[in-house]
Design a protein around this ligand. Structure first.
Ligand code: F0G
Length: 462
């Protein structure tokens, strides 16, 4: 399926600065977990050994990026780092106009407010938490149009993130194209397990939507990872560079929202990029209210520079191959141990299938939340729930959404952990797997109104 070497690859960098890791005892972790309400988001980072909560903002910057940080032009307006970023976005992503934002959700907020009218429908290839939340806050209704295979952890479809064109067509028939301002395509699809979308599919979606006057907005957060999958899995792209593939993917869309904290390996930053002048004009007006002036969007000049340089580094073949290779390495080991994971493994993370792991728990006993807590207790490794807690409640009925996928995400920051950390992680998951029959589930005792997974608190079921 891919040409990623399985065993004898090594990290394509050497380590110039280190950050010590703290080991804890089981007793200490038990206390920390109780204090955190059995929610890994509420743990203190210093109580974590290997932090696989997210690949967002947790990446290691290169010496080239750090050098750029020293060249921050901290002028309030017209910083030269803004123009460097604008050039990089135009060159690698191909969009005309750039509005920087403090991170991805800043861009989602702005584009949702500009394009969505109350009562509109916004199709997408599976929801992402912040993306859907902003679409709903703007009065939109999210409609999932991903292919059915994406909801099946065992399906080996090579492009499980693809949009189902029939689902888009039936939505257009049902509500009318006028009620669909845009389709939101995420590449890769985080909640499906980091699954890619094929070039053929992006092209077809674009053709269909444009013929109805529906815009295509890309969530480009992990688009470089998607480009690598196209290169290694889709016929005809073997000899194209990752940069060329990225550029072509974007060419079928009208703009993108971006969380630079992933692909671009910065600790903070994002942007909205768009081809339509009128949308840009409005975004440039709005960003001043919510983020900051349109040449800094809530970021320091140095942050803009680090992101501009991250764009150049992200598309380097050695980097992206090792990045995805590391995740694949962990996936192969877990599969060999018979541990249920989403397959094929995705770009940024391994997703443990909590339904199969803990078949004795009902979904409202929060199997994935339970499993993430138990993994921490066992090993000090921090993962994240991606199941019923993350899915939240239907805004009209107030009921839990019951997603088909009930997953725990082991997310790998870029350039941070070595193969030895990966081996330790595999051993920890194995130990948790062996103890699975004793796990009893959780009840939710505090639930915040928005994006509840971040701050909800739980207690063990007796
Ligand atoms: N889109 C995708 C696909 C994401 O994964 C994220 C963030 C965002 C948008 C929002 O970007 O965090 O910069 O505001 N995902 C993080 C994660 C939080 O852990 O998966 P942001």
């Amino acid at each position: 399926m891919s040409d990623t070497p399985k065993r004898s690859w090594a990290e394509p960098f050497k380590i110039k600065m280190v950050e010590p890791l703290k080991m804890t005892t089981r007793e200490e972790r038990k206390k920390a977990l109780q204090e955190a309400g059995y929610n890994t988001f509420l743990l203190r980072s210093e109580d974590v050994y290997i932090d696989l909560l997210t690949d967002s903002g947790t990446n290691a910057m290169s010496d080239y990026q750090w050098a750029g940080m020293m060249l921050g032009d901290e002028a309030y307006a017209g910083s030269k780092n803004f123009y460097n970023l604008e050039n990089a976005v135009q060159k690698f992503y191909g969009y005309k106009y750039l509005v920087p934002t403090h991170q991805g959700r800043g861009a989602e907020h702005i584009i949702s407010k500009i394009l969505i009218k109350p009562g509109d429908f916004v199709p997408g290839n599976m929801y992402f938490t912040t993306t859907r939340a902003h679409q709903e806050l703007a009065g939109g209704n999210f409609v999932d149009v991903i292919i059915d295979e994406a909801h099946d952890p065992t399906s080996l479809h090579p492009f499980k993130g693809n949009v189902d064109l029939d689902k888009v067509e039936s939505l257009i028939k049902k509500v009318g194209a006028k009620k669909i301002p845009y389709i939101s395509i995420a590449v890769t699809v985080n909640m499906a397990g980091g699954q890619p979308v094929s070039m053929e599919n992006i092209r077809a979606v674009s053709k269909l939507c444009r013929s109805h006057g529906i815009k295509v907005i890309l969530d480009a957060t992990r688009a470089v990872e998607n480009a690598y999958y196209i290169k290694t899995r889709e016929k005809g792209f073997e000899d194209r560079t990752v940069a060329q593939i990225l550029h072509e993917m974007c060419s079928y869309t009208d703009g993108c929202t971006m969380s630079g904290k992933k692909d671009l390996m910065v600790n903070i930053g994002g942007f909205l990029a768009i081809n339509d002048w009128d949308v840009f004009e409005e975004a440039r007006n709005m960003v001043v209210l919510f983020e900051g002036l349109h040449t800094y969007g809530g970021l320091a000049g140095r942050d803009l520079e680090a992101m501009a340089r991250g764009i150049e580094e992200a598309v380097q073949y050695d980097h992206i191959r090792a990045r995805i290779g590391q995740v694949e390495y962990v996936g192969e080991k877990l599969k060999a141990l018979g541990i249920p994971i989403v397959q094929p493994t995705g770009g940024h993370a391994i997703f443990l299938d909590a339904r199969k792991f803990l078949p004795h728990l009902k979904q409202d006993q929060f199997p994935a939340q339970t499993l993430a807590a138990e993994l921490y207790l066992e090993s000090g490794i921090r993962a994240m729930e991606r199941g019923i807690v993350s899915a939240g409640r239907n805004k009209d009925t107030g009921e839990h959404y019951y997603p088909k996928l009930e997953l725990v995400r082991l997310t790998f920051p870029r350039r941070v952990y070595t193969q030895a950390h990966c081996d330790v992680t595999v051993e920890a998951v194995e130990a948790t797997f062996e103890a699975r029959n004793q796990m009893k589930g959780l009840k939710m005792v505090y639930e915040p109104k928005y994006l509840r997974f971040f701050q909800a608190r739980f207690e063990p079921l007796a």
